[in-house]
Design a protein around this ligand. Structure first.
Ligand code: CTP
Ligand code: MG
Length: 229
C-alpha cells in the first residue's frame, strides 16, 4: 500500500500574503489542488492531507469534497515545524508499506516523478527528486566571506516528492523524538541522520518549484499557462 502525505500546514511567512500560499488561486484552482489532483490520478492508494487545525473544515469542504478527491482518507492537523506535520500524518498511515511525502506548495509534481520514485524506493528504501544547481554554490563564514566552493556536479537542489519504506521512516521519526536540537528541513535528512540511509536522488524538474515568495506565484502562472496551451 502506497500513501501520499501532502503537506499544507505552515504559515507561509516568506510569502507575506493575506491568504495562505497553499490556498492562493493559481489559475482557477488553489495551489494545493494541483498536487492532490496528480496523486488522485496516480497509483498511490490513499492521501493524507495535512493542514492547520483551523483549516481542516475548509479543506474538507472547499477542496476535498468540492473537487471529489476520493483518495483523501484523512485530513490531519499539522504542527509548528514541517517535521511535526509529517509526524502527525505518519500516525494515520499504519497500514502503508511506502510513504511519499510532498509539499502541497509544489503544484508541478508529475505522474512520472511518482512512477520513478516508486521504482527507486523498492531498490534503495529512500529517494527524492531534485535537480542540479545552476549557480555556483559558495559556503560562507559568519562574516559572509566565501570559504569553500563545492564542485557543482555534486550539488543538487532537493525537491519533493520524497519516498520511503514506511518502516524505515517511522523508525527514524521515533529516534528523532529523543533529540533535543532538531534542525531538519526535509525527510531525506531525517533518514540520513537517524539511520545512515542514503537517499537516491532522481531527476525532478526545474518547473517543480515550491511556491515560497511572491514572485513564485508569477512564475507558476507562466508554467501553468504553458501546460494548458
Ligand atoms: N509545512 C507544513 N507544516 C509546517 C511547515 C510547512 O505542512 N509546520 C508545509 C508547507 O505547507 C509547504 C511545505 O511544508 O507545503 C514546505 O514548507 P515551506 O515552503 O517552508 O512553507 P511554510 O513553512 O508555510 O513557509 P515559510 O517557511 O515561508 O514560513
Ligand atoms: Mg517553512
Amino acid at each position: 500500500m502506497i500513501t501520499a502525505i501532502v503537506l499544507a500546514a505552515g504559515k507561509g511567512s516568506r510569502m507575506k500574503s493575506d491568504i495562505q500560499k497553499q490556498f492562493m488561486l493559481l489559475g482557477e484552482y488553489p495551489v494545493v489542488y494541483y498536487s492532490l489532483k496528480v496523486f488522485e490520478e496516480s497509483r498511490v492508494d490513499n492521501i493524507i492531507l495535512v493542514t492547520g487545525k483551523q483549516d481542516i473544515e475548509y479543506c474538507r469542504h472547499n477542496i476535498v469534497e468540492k473537487y471529489g478527491f476520493s483518495k483523501v482518507s484523512h485530513i490531519v492537523a499539522g504542527g509548528k515545524e514541517r517535521y511535526e506535520s509529517v509526524k502527525n500524518a505518519l500516525k494515520a498511515a499504519d497500514e502503508s508499506d511506502y510513504i511519499m511525502i510532498h509539499d502541497g506548495a509544489r503544484p508541478f509534481i508529475t505522474d512520472k516523478m511518482i512512477e520513478d520514485s516508486m521504482e527507486a524506493v523498492k531498490r534503495f528504501n529512500a529517494c527524492t527528486v531534485g535537480m542540479p544547481v545552476k549557480d555556483t554554490i559558495k559556503m560562507v563564514d559568519d562574516k559572509q566571506f566565501g570559504v569553500e566552493t563545492p564542485d557543482r556536479k555534486y550539488v543538487y537542489q532537493i525537491q519533493t516528492p520524497q519516498t520511503f519504506n514506511k518502516g524505515l521512516l517511522s523508525d527514524c521519526y521515533s529516534k528523532m523524538e529523543n533529540d533535543k536540537n532538531i534542525a531538519v528541513t526535509d525527510d531525506t535528512m531525517v533518514v540520513e541522520l537517524y539511520s545512515g540511509t542514503k537517499s537516491k536522488v532522481l531527476a525532478g524538474s526545474y518547473k517543480n518549484i515550491k511556491i515560497t515568495t511572491p514572485e513564485d506565484i508569477k512564475i507558476a502562472e507562466i508554467f501553468l499557462q504553458n501546460m494548458l496551451t
